[in-house]
Ligand binder design. Structure first.
Ligand SMILES: Cc1ncc(COP(=O)(O)O)c(C=O)c1O
Ligand SMILES: N[C@@H](CCCC[NH3+])C(=O)O
Length: 415
C-alpha cells in the first residue's frame, strides 16, 4: 500500500495533508512515513525467512535518530561508516552487537570506540587496515571480529559514481588477493575471522550483478573452508534500487529468493545492508514556489529548497519526481525547478510540465534516502526540518536549524 496519495485533490502522507504539514512546520521540509519505513524493513526481514539473517540498515541513507530508533525497535542491525554513525545508532537505542562497520578509512579512534562497544563485525577494506585493527584490538586486550570486504569485479550497471565493485574502484580488496589476506588475518593474534563482505554499488535495478557477486563470494568462502578458515556469515551489502521514474528494480522478495537460490543449504548467516530500498520511497522533500520567472528561453520555477537540501539532481543528474501538492488541473508548461543557490547546477528538476502559481507547494518524491544526510549549509542556508508522519499524527523529529546553530563553534580572531 502506498502511503503517499491524493485525497480530495491534496497530496497526503499517510492521513496527513502536506498543506497542513507545511503550515505547521514551514518549508523546505523533509516528511517521512513511518508505515512505509517499517514495511520496507519487514519486506527484507520476511523475504529472508527462516534462513539465519540480519538486516543491517545502511545508516548513511537516512540517519535521523527517530528513523534509527524505529528500525532498532524492529530488531534491525545497522551498517555504519563512521564513529558518528555509531554514536547515532547507540543514542537511537540500537544494539552495538548488531552493527557492522564498513568504510575504507577507519581511524584508530573509530576502531577503538567500536571495539569498546563490542560491534558485530569490522568490514576490513585493506591490508593496512587489518594490521591497524589487530594492533588496536591488542592494545585494548580484546579480539576484533573481522570480515574482508572483497571487490568481486562485477559491473553493477549503475551510475559510475555509485558503482563500487569494479577493480578500479577504491573499495574492498581484489577478490584474487583476498585469499592471501585471509591467511594473513588468520595469523594475527587479535583478530577473529567471521565472514566475507561484499557491496557492489547502489541503485541496482537488475539481479544479475548481485548473483554474479555472490557466486564469487561463495567460491572464496569454500576455498577458505578448505584451508580451515571457517566463516560464520556472508554480508551481501546493500544496493537494491528503487523506482524514481520508470525503473523496475526487483522487489526485496525477488532479491532474497535469488540470493537464497545460490546459497541453497549452506550454513552461513546472511547479512544485508539495504539503505535506499528502505528509506528512499518513505520520504518527500516539501518545498514552496517563491517566484515564477519566465525568460526568453525557458520558464523557471524558483523554489525554497535547493541543492544544499537535496544534492542528488546536481551531483548525479538524478531524476526525481516533482509533483504539485494541490494540482491546479491545467495542462501546464515546462519548468526548470531551481533553488536560490548561486550555482547553475542548482536544480531539482528540468523541463517538468507543471501548472504553477507562486506560493504553490511541490513535493520532490523518493527523497527519504540520501536527501537530508547529504545536505549542507552552502550559501549559509540552515538545514531543513524533518517530520515523521504516523497515521494522522506528525512528529517534528528534527527542528529546522537556526542561524545561531549554523554559526555555533565559529570564532573571530582576537584584536
Ligand atoms: C558498504 C555499503 N553498504 C550499504 C550501502 C547502502 O547502499 P544502498 O543505499 O544502495 O542500499 C552502501 C552505499 O552504497 C555501502 O557503501
Ligand atoms: N548517495 C548516493 C548513493 C551512494 C551510496 C553510498 N554508498 C545517492 O544518492 O544515490
Amino acid at each position: 500500500m502506498d502511503h503517499f496519495n491524493y485525497h480530495h485533490g491534496v497530496l497526503h502522507v499517510e492521513a496527513l495533508s502536506l498543506e497542513t504539514l507545511a503550515q505547521r512546520h514551514g518549508t523546505p521540509l523533509y516528511v517521512y512515513s513511518r508505515a512505509t519505513l517499517e514495511r520496507h524493513w519487514h519486506a527484507f526481514d520476511r523475504a529472508l525467512g527462516d534462513h539465519p539473517h540480519l538486516v543491517c540498515y545502511a545508516v548513511k541513507a537516512n540517519s535521523s535518530l527517530a528513523v534509527l530508533n524505529l528500525l532498532a525497535r524492529l530488531g534491525s542491525g545497522f551498517d555504519i561508516v563512521s564513529v558518528g554513525e555509531l554514536e547515532r545508532v547507540v543514542r537511537a537505542g540500537g544494539d552495538p552487537g548488531k552493527v557492522v562497520f564498513s568504510g575504507v578509512g577507519k581511524r584508530t579512534d573509530e576502531m577503538r570506540r567500536a571495539l569498546e562497544l563490542g560491534i558485530r563485525c569490522f568490514n576490513v577494506e585493506s591490508a593496512a587496515e587489518l594490521e591497524r585493527l589487530n594492533a588496536e584490538a591488542g592494545a585494548l586486550g580484546v579480539t576484533a571480529p573481522v570480515s574482508l570486504r572483497v571487490n568481486p569485479d562485477v559491473d553493477a550497471q549503475t551510475h559510475p559514481y555509485i558503482s563500487t565493485g569494479l577493480k578500479e574502484n577504491k573499495f574492498g580488496v581484489d577478490v584474487t588477493d583476498a585469499l592471501e589476506l585471509y591467511r594473513r588475518a588468520a595469523a594475527l593474534p587479535h583478530l577473529n575471522i567471521i565472514g566475507i563482505d561484499c557491496h557492489i554499488g547502489s541503485q541496482l535495478t537488475r539481479l544479475e550483478p548481485f548473483v554474479d557477486a555472490l557466486h564469487r563470494v561463495l567460491h572464496l568462502a569454500r576455498t577458505l573452508e578448505d584451508e580451515g578458515i571457517r566463516l560464520h556469515h556472508l554480508d551481501l551489502g546493500g544496493g537494491l534500487g528503487i523506482c524514481y521514474r520508470d525503473e523496475h528494480p526487483p522487489l526485496p522478495e525477488q532479491y532474497a529468493q535469488a540470493m537464497l537460490a545460490v546459497l541453497q543449504d549452506t550454513h552461513y548467516e546472511i547479512l544485508v545492508e539495504p539503505g535506499r530500498a528502505i528509506a528512499g520511497n518513505a520520504g518527500v522533500l516539501l518545498t514552496q514556489v517563491e517566484y515564477l520567472k519566465p525568460t526568453r528561453h525557458k520558464h523557471f520555477a524558483i523554489v525554497d529548497a535547493a541543492m544544499n537540501d537535496l544534492i542528488r539532481p546536481a551531483l548525479y543528474s538524478a531524476w526525481m519526481d516533482i509533483v504539485p501538492v494541490r494540482p491546479r488541473g491545467g495542462e501546464g508548461i515546462p519548468y526548470d525547478v531551481v533553488g536560490p543557490v548561486c550555482e547553475t547546477g542548482d536544480f531539482l528538476g528540468k523541463a517538468r510540465t507543471l501548472d504553477l502559481a507562486a506560493g504553490d507547494l511541490l513535493a520532490v518524491r523518493s527523497a527519504g534516502a540520501y536527501g537530508f544526510t547529504m545536505s549542507s549549509n552552502y550559501n549559509t542556508r540552515p538545514r531543513p526540518a524533518e517530520v515523521m508522519v504516523d497515521g494522522d499524527r506528525d512528529w517534528l523529529i528534527h527542528r529546522r536549524q537556526t542561524l545561531d546553530e549554523l554559526m555555533a563553534g565559529e570564532t573571530l580572531l582576537p584584536g
